[in-house]
Design a protein around this ligand. Structure first.
Ligand code: SF4
Length: 354
């Protein structure tokens, strides 16, 4: 059997789902259509701000209108969208609306996959009708040993789009996971996505209470998850396409590629983009920002295009290569700041320049 490595300990057998191929390039927008879900999985990684809340997020941005969704897709040059939750089938009409919106705006080639824990033939049919390209079912862990009970095969009959299963690899659930892979092979499903189990702020207690531990102090991956995935691939990788997505792949490859795509598109002439896709900029903080801008413009000859007064964050942004040179002679604090190129511009590092 040929196991294809993908970097950062991820790998697959046979073929990689199309949704994952685009995600790997950072070309998929993550659209969370609701934080609501009825499943209560103990390992659910959803953050406090999303879990149980009927909110919509496009990547890191809270969505208030359709234009926010389109704007974020444009900002990363998205070639597709992964619709997730919570459970998108709990807000089916909204989910159908977003699929139609994205297909209408970006055309039929904009690839959309959807992740759900609900098995419902009529909902699947409507999703397919509106243009969904790939369906990923997340059956709750208690059902893994006996998926026939869910009526999944019957619900999927004649759907006409690739369908796979997507589950976390929980150490101690070897038999359930094997049964799930056998089910997928027996019913000719297109793939099984195995996600490395990860600790988050919200599932930490539940995982620790079950005796699960992180691999190391600097990792959020649960020890033994990757090893179990390798055993499953050894046993079932020939029978059904298996894909293991590691926690570090999500961080180091998917997220970084998405950041690079976004940074390239949102960077202004005064921003520098790092090799990691972060934005580097100069920041001046002064009591009178208008006066600080005037000083830079009139005394130091800084062109308008290399400065931006950010009133929301009460700071003057200046091209970093300019501010680095001028800072020692300026009467207000100046910094070199590194930020994510995301809508919330999360600051990760700040170095004083004077
Ligand atoms: S199905 Fe997914 S969103 Fe719902 S509780 Fe389980 S892990 Fe969380």
């Amino acid at each position: 059997m040929r196991v294809v490595p993908m970097g950062s300990s991820s790998f697959y057998t046979k073929r990689l789902p199309r949704g994952c191929r685009l995600c790997r390039k950072g070309a998929k927008m993550v659209l969370l259509v609701t934080g609501l879900c009825h499943m209560s999985c103990y390992y659910c990684p959803l953050s406090e701000g999303k879990r149980g809340r009927d909110v919509v997020y496009a990547n890191e941005m809270l969505v208030r209108c359709d234009e926010d969704v389109i704007g974020e897709a444009l900002a990363i040059g998205a070639k597709g969208t992964g619709i997730t939750g919570g459970d998108p089938l709990l807000v089916l009409e909204r989910t159908l609306h977003y699929i139609a919106l994205l297909k209408e705006r970006f055309g039929p080639s904009h690839h959309i996959h959807l992740y759900t824990a609900t098995v419902d033939r009529e909902s699947f049919r409507r999703l397919s009708e509106v243009g969904l390209d790939e369906l990923r079912i997340h059956p709750p862990v208690r059902t893994w040993g006996d998926l026939d009970r869910l009526g999944l095969a019957e619900a999927l009959q004649g759907l006409g789009m690739p369908v796979g299963l997507e589950v976390p690899v929980i150490p101690g659930e070897r038999e359930g996971l094997l049964a799930l892979c056998r089910y997928a092979a027996r019913h000719g499903l297109d793939f099984v996505n195995l996600n490395e189990l990860e600790v988050s702020e919200t599932n930490h207690r539940a995982l620790m209470a079950r005796g699960l531990r992180v691999r190391s102090d600097v990792s959020s991956a649960i020890a033994g998850s990757e090893e179990l995935a390798r055993e499953l691939v050894e046993e079932m990788g020939d029978e059904v396409p298996l894909h293991f997505c590691s926690s570090s792949f999500k961080d180091r490859v998917q997220l970084r590629e998405r950041m690079k795509r976004r940074a390239k598109r949102v960077a202004r002439p005064l921003d520098l983009v790092t090799g990691e896709g972060m934005i580097l900029l100069g920041v001046a903080e002064a009591e009178d920002l208008g006066e600080a801008a005037r000083l830079l413009r009139e005394v130091h000859g800084v062109p308008e295009g290399l400065m931006w007064l950010d009133e929301g964050r009460c700071r003057l942004e200046v091209a970093p290569w300019v501010l680095e040179k001028l800072a020692p002679s300026l009467p207000f604090p100046c910094f070199l700041v590194e930020e994510y190129p995301t809508a919330d511009r999360l600051e990760v590092e700040r170095e004083p320049l004077n």
